[in-house]
Design a protein around this ligand. Sequence first.
Ligand SMILES: [Ca+2]
Length: 146
Amino acid sequence: MGALIGFAIAGGIIILIIAASAFIPRVDCSDTFLYYEGKVEFIFDGDTIQVEGCKIRLPLVDTPEKGEPGYEEATNFTASLCQKGSTVLVDQDNLQPHDKYHRILAKVICSDKDLSVELVKSGHAKISKQYCDTSEFADESWTGCE
Ligand SMILES: [Ca+2]
């Protein structure tokens, strides 16, 4: 009988912990050294997606805005490489953690592929050279930064 009550209490505590953890945000989007795995929740356009509640903008690249030629193609490219519901790796740009819109600046790795690199290689994104002096990733060969 005593053991049963013990099990019931332990079970109750576990349920409480699980219930409470559902309300704790797993990622603090205002952090500056984020490196986390999470699920893709939304594709805004080619260079902006949402992962675990945080809006992520790829640093050093630029895809066409809504209404510009290539917008649909770039958005579809990102949506197919980084599918909604799939788990991706977010690596924040430690030298410029956020942009002026409070989005996280970060590299996103989807199915072992660097989304930024794939966008550039496929011609869907251009490099924003003005950030060559401010990005953690400027040294990587795909950026063309000197
Ligand atoms: Ca980083």
